[in-house]
Design a protein around this ligand. Structure first.
Ligand code: MG
Length: 420
């Protein structure tokens, strides 16, 4: 099964015009990304999908292409994608998307970009049913409201609610079926609001065995539509009042935990810097080869913090070729790293640090180091742990040639707030 997804963002969104302030609905932002991107992100996390076709109104293709290129630099989809122009009606746009599918594609998901809350579990239910051999699969949910058929303000009839379902997207199809159904759609001038309706119409034609170029094709599995459970959250942003859903709905947490690891080594020399660990001077200890003050503990700690905010490493931030960092106090460098983390909405809440050295003995200084590091991190003592170990005489620390430190930092990162 070689499945591609078509994301339809080609609608005019006329019902939404009043609240879009001149922006088209598809490009409205929610949680720092345009609506259509949320579906693309969901699809990109489905291992079985092979690619995405985006369909936009002709006049937006260029802008959307640039936007997707930019978005995928920051957040790569990891899937090939294409963009194409849609048509006047939804079904015309699907047809444009189908024309862009590569020849190897056997199955296709058709999804409305106006359903940004689609989740991986739902997509997988559709894919699983297709894998089981169903040639048309749609997600649907039960209805809470009683539905009436109304004409000219008068009720014609009330269908039995237990048999009714509200249908969502993505809808999944054996590609050949959908393409054949679209060919019939042209011939019979059908107007439909979802793709499964085309298969239904085609199957009805086959029942009558008339008019179709291949009337027997849409019988049996080719003409039946399998229903899987939808998701009540997978709503469509259609009317201005739906905007409230964007404001209230938070499918992802607003804060995430991030962890960073740091590692640093310094050599012992006879004419280096006096040893300093965690900002505490260690008397009668070997001297350190370093451009800065050579505080191996704070260096490992800073790298761990930088990992939490994707900030690279201290070598990049404070190059050891720059004269301004000559004998630099690492405590001050740490405060700069913390400021950078703060600018990226990252706040450290725990640090676990291990110093590895044969000499000197760290234990007499351990508590003082812990207190000072906690102070530098603006954390209580119980949020910072400092340990020390030897390597049992092995390796360069065992041979008393140098010292190393590792640090593991836990931090909280605030995620961007929704922009609606
Ligand atoms: Mg260093």
């Amino acid at each position: 099964m070689e499945t591609w997804a078509i994301i339809l963002a080609a609608g005019q969104g006329s019902r939404m015009a009043s609240v879009c302030q001149g922006k088209c609905k598809q490009l409205l932002e929610w949680q720092s990304a345009p609506l259509f991107w949320h579906s693309a992100r969901c699809f990109s996390r489905i291992a079985r999908l092979r690619g995405i076709i985006f369909v936009f109104p002709q006049e937006l293709v260029e802008e959307a292409n640039e936007l997707i290129t930019q978005l995928s630099v920051k957040e790569p989809l990891g899937l090939p994608w294409k963009i194409c122009a849609g048509g006047a009606r939804r079904q015309d746009s699907v047809r444009c998307g189908l024309a862009e599918l590569p020849s190897v594609c056997t199955h296709v998901l058709v999804h409305d970009a106006a359903r940004p809350f689609v989740d991986a579990a739902l997509v997988n239910r559709v894919l699983n049913a297709m894998q089981d051999g169903h040639h048309a699969v749609i997600p649907a949910i039960a209805l809470c409201d009683t539905i009436k058929e109304v004409e000219n303000s008068f009720v014609l009839q009330t269908p039995e609610r237990s048999k009714l379902k509200a249908v969502q997207t993505p809808q999944g199809f054996f590609r050949k079926n959908l393409e054949r159904a679209y060919a019939l759609c042209d011939e019979h001038q059908w107007n439909v609001s979802d793709d499964a309706s085309l298969i239904e119409n085609a199957a009805k034609l086959c029942d009558k065995a008339q008019g179709s170029p291949n009337p027997s094709y849409f019988t049996g599995n080719n003409g039946s539509i399998f229903v899987v459970e939808g998701n009540v959250s997978n709503v469509k942003i259609t009317n201005p009042e739906d905007m409230a859903l964007l404001q209230n709905f938070a499918p992802t947490p607003r804060v995430r935990t991030v962890n960073g690891f740091g590692y640093d080594v310094h050599r012992y020399v006879t004419d280096g810097r006096p040893m300093r660990l965690g900002g505490v001077d260690i008397p009668n200890a070997p001297q350190i080869a370093a451009h800065s003050d050579g505080d191996v503990l704070l260096h490992a700690l800073m790298d761990a913090i930088l990992s939490c905010c994707a900030g690279g490493d201290i070598g990049k931030l404070f190059p050891d070729t720059a004269p301004e960092w000559d004998n630099a106090d690492s405590s001050l460098l740490l405060s700069e790293v913390l400021e950078l983390a703060a600018r990226r909405d990252v706040s450290v809440y725990h640090a676990d640090i291990t110093v590895i050295a044969q000499i000197p003995r760290i234990s007499p200084w351990r508590e003082q180091i812990q207190r000072n590091v906690a102070r530098l991190l603006h954390l209580p003592m119980d949020s910072v742990n400092v340990k020390a170990t030897t390597e049992e005489g092995l390796g360069f620390t065992g041979e008393k040639k140098g010292i190393k430190a590792v640090a593991l930092v836990s931090a909280e990162q605030k995620l961007p707030t929704p922009q609606v």
